[in-house]
Design a protein around this ligand. Structure first.
Ligand SMILES: [Zn+2]
Length: 58
C-alpha cells in the first residue's frame, strides 16, 4: 500500500517547490529541502465530509 502524502508548495516566492510530505506530518512543520524555509503542513485539505446525522434508533 503506497504511503499517502500531502503536497504543499513552498511559500518562498523564489523557491515555490512542491513538497510531498507524509500524512503523518499534518499539523506539523516541515522544512523545505530546497531553500530551508519552515512550512506548516495544513491539518486537512479539501472539502470536509458532512457529519453523519446521529439518528441511532434502537
Ligand atoms: Zn523552498
Amino acid at each position: 500500500m503506497p504511503q499517502e502524502t500531502v503536497r504543499i508548495m513552498c511559500p518562498n516566492l523564489t523557491c515555490r517547490k512542491i513538497l510531498a510530505v507524509p500524512k503523518s506530518a499534518r499539523g506539523r512543520t516541515v522544512r523545505c529541502r530546497s531553500c530551508g524555509t519552515s512550512i506548516r503542513v495544513p491539518p486537512e485539505s479539501g472539502p470536509k465530509p458532512a457529519p453523519a446525522p446521529s439518528d441511532s434508533q434502537s
